[in-house]
Structure formats: C-alpha cells, structure tokens
Design a protein around this ligand. Sequence first.
Ligand SMILES: NC(=O)c1ccc[n+]([C@@H]2O[C@H](COP(=O)([O-])OP(=O)(O)OC[C@H]3O[C@@H](n4cnc5c(N)ncnc54)[C@H](O)[C@@H]3O)[C@@H](O)[C@H]2O)c1
Length: 271
Amino acid sequence: MEIRDKKVLITGAAGGIGKALAMELAARGADLFLSDVNDTGLHPIRHQIESIGRNCHITQTDISQKDRVKEMIDDAVDRMGHVDILINNAGVTIIGEIRHVPLADWEWIMGVNLWGPIYTVHHILPHMLERQQGHIVNMGSMGGLTAVPANGTYNVTKFGLTGFSEVLRAELKKHNIRVTLICPGFLSSGEEFEKRGRVRGFKKFKPGAFAKGVSLPVDKAAKRFADAIEKDQFLVTTGIIGPFYYGIKRIIPWLYYRIGEKMAADLEKWY
Ligand SMILES: NC(=O)c1ccc[n+]([C@@H]2O[C@H](COP(=O)([O-])OP(=O)(O)OC[C@H]3O[C@@H](n4cnc5c(N)ncnc54)[C@H](O)[C@@H]3O)[C@@H](O)[C@H]2O)c1
C-alpha cells in the first residue's frame, strides 16, 4: 500500500521504533494518529510532524484496557475519517525464568503485547471490512519465532502474535486487507525497552544485556518497515543472529533445543 496521504494509527508511538516509524511515515506523506500510555512523549512528536505539513493527532491510551482501545479507534476514525494502516507497536518485556514470574506479570505482558493487538484489530476490522481496504501491521519479534530462556513470557506473547498475524493474513486477503508481521532482531531502542521491562529472579541482570550486540538503529529499521508496508510484504525480519537462529530451528531442530538448554544453563551468572 502506498503510504502517501494514508491515515495511520500507531500504538506505543512515544519512543523507540514507534516514534521512528511515525516520523518515517510522515516524511512519506502519511497523516498520523499516535497513541501511548505515556502521552508526554507524544507532544514533541506531534510538533515535528506538523512542522513538515502533515496532520497528527495524539491520545493517551493504555492498550491493555479494552474499553479505552474502543474509544481510541472510534476517536481515530472520527478525527481522520478512516484508518488505512493500523500499526500495533506497543510492547513490553519481562526478563526472568518462568518459575520466578508472578501471575500479575503474566497478566501485564499478555495485556499489552497480545490483548492490545487483539482489541485494536477487533475494533478496527468493521471499519476496514466496510471499506474493503486496509493494512494491519503487527510488531512481533524474533522472539515470536524462536524461544529464548529468561524471555519466556515475552516469547508466549510474540508467538501468539505470529499466529494471530498468519491467520489474519489468510482470512483478510479476500477483503483486500493486508497484514505485515515485523519480527526485528535487536534494535537500538533495546536498552530502553529492557529498562521499561520487569526483571524477575535475577540480581545481577543489567538492562540492555539482552539487546547487546548487533543492534539496528531505529531510523534505519523504520525505513525497512515502511518499505515492507509499501510492498505488502508479510514477514519482515532484521538482524543476523535472530534469523540465523530461526534457520537452525527449522533445519537442525535438535541443535536449536541444545542451544536453548545451554542458554538456560548460562543464566546462573545473573543470580
Ligand atoms: N527494541 C528491540 O530490540 C525490539 C526487538 C524486537 C521487537 N521489538 C518490539 O518493538 C516494539 C517497540 O519496542 P521499542 O524497542 O520501541 O520499545 P520502547 O519501550 O522504546 O517503546 C514501546 C512503547 O510502548 C509504550 N507502551 C508500553 N506499555 C503500553 C501500554 N500498556 N499501552 C500503550 N503503550 C504502551 C511505551 O510507553 C513505549 O513508548 C515492541 O512491541 C517490542 O516488543 C523491540
């Protein structure tokens, strides 16, 4: 879908890849509706987008609150006329082995990473189906294609998002509604992302330790993702280590399981 003059809704747009995507899509001629649980970060982005001549609306929304998500979608449709592209970007992480994760944390991460996109899609679909047009973009992760010890809660949500996206892709194609699943490896926002996350069980874990290594700058990543939307690409991956590990999973599964066991054994250094 060509981006020029399209109306785009992005969740979790106050920082990181959400903000970079908002700026990239505005530069390509889109009008934006940006939401985040932390709306203070949204004001300067709106000024930047308006300064390049595009419209930008902002709203504070906790994506895990289903009534708020309905209000957000209704508001976006009211203010922009319709939504061409929905980008489910908001996400959180938890670092810790599953045995240390309290149920309240499970509810938190499932609420933001999985229920959030389910709510937005549930409420946007009637509008897109009526127009027989639209594009849904889900920000998954390489962690939605491969499992990583100490990131199990996140894996569960992102694997869920992978399945959700694959089924949506199949079911919505006949309605001219496209779906893109973005599965990045580490992005330059990774340290901030981990800082915003919760750490369970580990005393020595420092935020950023997971995201250390090959990290793609978010502005470069945003260009890749915008290109993928324009080309109606379904699956987008970035990085080297993540896609390589995913290749091992598919081609040499026993090695993938061994590496998982070794990673789990190495976690002792963080206790
Ligand atoms: N950073 C990485 O290395 C990386 C890698 C793969 C996938 N991702 C995915 O990319 C997405 C964005 O991550 P990022 O690196 O930009 O992180 P980030 O923490 O910089 O941005 C996430 C945004 O989501 C917002 N948010 C958190 N909880 C929310 C809620 N309940 N409702 C609404 N908004 C909420 C935050 O305020 C923040 O602005 C996430 O879905 C993440 O899983 C990130």
